[in-house]
Design a protein around this ligand. Structure first.
Ligand SMILES: NC(=O)c1ccc[n+]([C@@H]2O[C@H](COP(=O)([O-])OP(=O)(O)OC[C@H]3O[C@@H](n4cnc5c(N)ncnc54)[C@H](OP(=O)(O)O)[C@@H]3O)[C@@H](O)[C@H]2O)c1
Length: 310
């Protein structure tokens, strides 16, 4: 199969198109012909070696954890999917090796889900990682409730754009940060209040029950005074010292998203019923993967980039 592979950690010059063996199919797995691969910040973070001590890997690496495509083969003991189904999935494996920037991937069928009928494969390829991240942060960790006020830091990003919609669907009031040029976009997703993060807003917004931090660093620190006493902060970047959280009288948690077919099926259902819409997407070619990563890293993307594979 054709694949975009990474030969060693470093710049985009270490990414190149080549031929690789099609992955073998194990029991409980399906083989997916990938139509679109989603691009996420973690892709360039892995390429540049930032996560090399945290994530087991084996070169050459095929990057990419988001796919939409068609089931081509079904392994033994797979009951939820058939050949020809159009599916989407967050395909992170314990070892980073066989990813989404390729024609085929084999993955655990239980975590592969039929794509929402009202989405194109391109739209579906943008969704699994960011929507599962937002879902797990808001519901598994922060337990957001109807009537609560939530501050979403990084509301215009892939994760933030799904988090705004999930929090609204759950009945919360949403304050979201983004640069001013993206305020119309985050309001179109349901944000009640749009804040430009370049301003000092901490003292002038109402105190919130929950912060969802999708930015980290200074944005995380500046979020703390926005919380009510007893409030919760959930971050996908920062792990707070529990002693500090206790001193401040808040609950803090860190989330690292996991594949979850049942949650992805629920998200697909919300999309089909019109409660949630996909983020804005930009299509590029598979051989432009390096360019796509650079564009994402520079912050020049509205919504998500997907790579057209086949
Ligand atoms: N732990 C996990 O499981 C997990 C899962 C997914 C993602 N992540 C991480 O979470 C981060 C966000 O992911 P993503 O996919 O949403 O990224 P993304 O699509 O690249 O979005 C980042 C967004 O942040 C905005 N932004 C930049 N600086 C900001 C600030 N100080 N305050 C508020 N917004 C700011 C940018 O928009 P503007 O143009 O408005 O600046 C951009 O839209 C990445 O670092 C990613 O690696 C972690």
């Amino acid at each position: 199969m054709k694949a975009m592979v990474l030969e060693k950690f470093g710049g985009i010059e270490y990414l190149h198109m080549t031929e690789m063996a099609t992955p073998a199919l194990a029991e409980g797995e399906v083989l997916i012909r990938i139509a679109y691969a989603g691009v996420n910040p973690v892709d360039w973070k892995i390429r540049e070696g930032y996560l090399k001590d945290m994530i087991p890997h084996d070169f050459p690496i095929i990057l990419g954890w988001d796919v939409a495509g068609t089931v081509m083969k079904v392994g033994k003991n797979v009951e939820n999917l058939r050949i020809g189904d159009e599916v989407f999935s967050y395909i992170r494996k314990p070892i980073v090796k066989w990813g989404a920037y390729a024609e085929f991937v084999a993955f655990t069928a239980a975590d592969v889900v039929r794509k929402p009928k009202n989405l194109t494969l391109a739209q579906a390829g943008a969704l699994p990682l960011v929507s599962l991240t937002a879902w797990q942060a808001l519901f598994d960790f922060a337990h957001v409730k109807r009537g609560e006020t939530v501050l979403i830091q990084g509301g215009s990003g892939g994760v933030g754009s799904m988090a705004i919609q999930f929090a609204k669907w759950a009945g919360a009031k949403v304050i979201a940060t983004a640069s001013t040029k993206k305020h119309d976009y985050i309001k179109s997703l349901g944000a009640d209040v749009a804040i430009d993060y370049h301003e000092d807003f901490e003292s002038r917004i109402e105190k919130v029950d929950l912060v969802f931090d999708c930015v980290g660093g200074e944005a995380f620190t500046k979020s703390l005074p926005c919380l009510k006493r007893g409030g919760r902060i959930v971050s996908i970047l920062e792990q707070m010292d529990p002693a500090q959280a206790k001193r401040l009288g808040i609950e803090a948690s860190y989330v690292f998203v996991r594949p979850n077919g049942a949650q992805l099926a629920t998200i697909a259902d919300l999309i089909e019923k019109g409660h949630v819409k996909p983020p804005h997407i930009e299509e590029m070619r598979l051989d432009e993967a390096g360019k796509a990563q650079e564009k994402l890293k520079a912050g020049n993307v509205l919504g998500k980039i997907v790579l057209k594979v086949s």
